[in-house]
Design a protein around this ligand. Sequence first.
Ligand SMILES: Cn1cnc2c(O)nc(N)nc21
Length: 276
Amino acid sequence: MTISFNIGSHQFQRPVVMGILNLTPDSFSDGGSYLSPQQALLRVEQMLEQGADIIDVGGESTRPGAAAVSVEEELARTVDVVAEIKQRFSCLVSIDTSKPEVMQQTVAAGADIINDVCALERPGALQMAAECGVPVCIMHMQGEPRSMQSNPHYEDVLSEVMTYLKQRVESCVAAGIQRENIIVDPGFGFGKTLDHNFKLLAHLSEFNQLGLPILAGMSRKSMFGKLLDKKPTELEAASIAGALIAVQQGAHIFRVHDVAATADALRVYSKVQMSK
Ligand SMILES: Cn1cnc2c(O)nc(N)nc21
């Protein structure tokens, strides 16, 4: 049984790798490597050579404790880079933002997908995403990036995340977003303890009941760092393990820092699937 799914009008017959492009000074795992536009494009070229299908462009760090960024600043960091990527390369670009203005201007600059860790809950975001008419990834987060890790609590993390995603999908459809344009994401590390994250990973296949592509973003996250007592830059093997466990449960899109290693691991998985 091989994988086959759509992101909007884009069809895929294999797991999809989304390479992370942080245009922020404070992102958790490659923090401090504040990229100039030239450096950003070199990184994009490298990720595409390594097998990325989508480049996820982020102008505001969403890591725990991250400071908020103004609309102007986020626009300045993202719009021109999105335009440049689309002019130079033939890949898909997703914009990692929760701000309607950033959605509008980056989609106008060529972004193919909106990736919103706030699941279009910010004022105006749902309407803007519907107007943009591009595929959207909606992700579960408990609380806000600044405070979400202070004391995450659920009665039942699996059912609460599932219920939330079902409700947001319905809200998206009601707002005029086509159901086949929606990707769902449990939001690893967004208002979850270590155990919450592993429970979600252990039961990730449950989310197939939504009948939508699943995006898994575990790369170099604290769910592995805490388990192994290692720094983000030492978490490549754990991140690959997470991606393989997720793909075996039906996940479709993998948002990662280590593109080459993840693409290789997923190709091994796909070959096994084709050999059944
Ligand atoms: C921007 N960002 C950081 N982590 C993420 C995750 O797990 N999923 C999605 N969709 N975006 C993320």
